[in-house]
Design a protein around this ligand. Structure first.
Ligand SMILES: [Zn+2]
Length: 113
């Protein structure tokens, strides 16, 4: 057990913290979008007043949230850290940098190219 490379409890904690943060962010986006005048600051209202900006922020947050949920599910199923595309292990350094990532660097680069 001690030589296990993956600290599952630590990963779960990081994912749950990131998830809470994102849900918070989405809630704030919704509140601000609904009533820009009640935004925390004029700056935020200006930033979020633009519908396109709100939609982009929301889509980005929603996608991150979906990635985190999928990562938590893989953690439950014991397939966390395995690339969902090629089935090879994802490098620990990459998981450390992006705990919610679903693909190894090679596959991620192929898809974004
Ligand atoms: Zn891969």
């Amino acid at each position: 057990m001690t030589d296990k490379a993956l600290d599952e409890a630590g990963v779960r904690k990081r994912l749950l913290a990131a998830k809470a943060e994102l849900q918070d962010r989405i809630d704030r986006i919704h509140e601000t979008a609904r009533d820009p005048l009640e935004a925390d600051s004029a700056e935020q209202a200006a930033q979020l007043g633009d519908v396109a900006v709100v939609a982009a922020l929301e889509a980005e947050a929603a996608q991150e949230l979906a990635e985190i949920d999928a990562a938590l599910k893989r953690l439950e199923e014991g397939s966390y850290g395995i690339c969902t595309s090629c089935g090879e292990p994802i490098s620990p350094a990459r998981l450390q940098a992006r705990p919610a990532c679903a693909e190894c660097l090679d596959c991620a680069e192929t898809h974004s190219a």
